[in-house]
Design a protein around this ligand. Sequence first.
Ligand code: PMT
Length: 400
Amino acid sequence: MKYPYLENKNILIGVSSGIAIYKAVDLVSKLRKMNLNLKVIMTKNAKNWVSDQIFSAVGNCDVYYSSFDVKGGWIPHTELSNWADLFIVAPATANIIAKISCGISNDLLTSTAIAFAKESKLIVPTMNVRMYENKALQRNLKILEADGWTIIEPEVGHLADGEIGKGRYPDNDRILEYAEYLLCKKDFLNKKVLISAGPTVEKIDPVRYITNRSSGKMGYELAREFACRGADVTLVSGPTNLTAPSLVKNFIPVESAIDMEKVMVTYSENSDIIIMSAAVGDFRIKNFSAQKLKKDDVLVLELEKNPDILKELGEKKRENQILIGFAAETQNHEEYAKKKLKEKKLDMIIVNDVSRKDIGFESDENEVIVYSYGEEYRLEKNHKRIIAALIIDYVYNKFC
Ligand code: PMT
């Protein structure tokens, strides 16, 4: 995944002594591959699980653990807290949470926490379920939240001690999505955005179906970017292999074009911005078989037309609502895109060439031209997250 808002930032990771510490090694490894500056603080007890050398090697960064490692006028906790744009404490044990929540500063990690004066601070509680549910721990988390910490709730599942419950270290991508949120401008706050993504699936029989090559990546990146910038996002998705973006408030999985139509029409009523990036199947099976078709059955598939969801949304469009479509073309891009823009009563259409292997369907990258009435905006080939961000900048400048 791509995290443009973390680029060129100074990121400080505070590691306490949870068993999930090995997942923090992976976090540091992920961050190292990005264009940013990284430093790590470990507690003394964290070093019982993993050597500081591992973090240093994996992150290609300095690792600090002593408050007394003063060099010249360089005092670790004040310098590190000043240096960091973003502070992530992961994993955070019950002990470190208790100490930070009541302002104890008796080691480098807690002293840095108390000296860190920015709002961009994340904490990742990770522990046994009974410890997590303990009243004192919950009380301390509430205090941290009131003090401006963003808390990433642990996941439910198998814990290191064999118990099952809430306390698992979350996926690192989830942590990074929240990290970006803290650093990103919030120009779509209070805007309700509805996005469709992925393919639709039309069943032939209980085991076979017709679909298309859409991976959902373009739509998910649009959803991720809008949510990062403060929008209240509903993502309606056909079947994909992707995980719903963490900041998307409302994720609605659908299968067929008819399913997608129902959800899109319902949610459109309350949406300020609607983007149809889904590759909706134009046809469905007329003679769906409730039983599995046999090899020697004479197979003639009868098709019937699916509704044109975008056209329907264009007809129902209310004042001040912004309606955006995509056009997946292989030739005459401009002509076909402009025709769809007009016929479907859109405010804007984004055309991509789906005959190319390096962009469009499935690829991480895209290259598009945005058409609105009398305007054309070309976006060179780039990661779909960057394309999404540039499209959204354009929407902001033109309509908001
Ligand atoms: O998912 P990825 O692998 O990342 O690929 C991204 C993408 C290529 C799918 C995406 O960028 C894209 O082009 N999406 C639109 C695909 C499409 O169906 O295009 P179209 O030109 O056939 O349709 C025009 C518009 O009408 C689209 O906004 C489409 O969502 C909508 N439509 C189409 C048919 C239909 N029955 N109902 C619709 O609402």
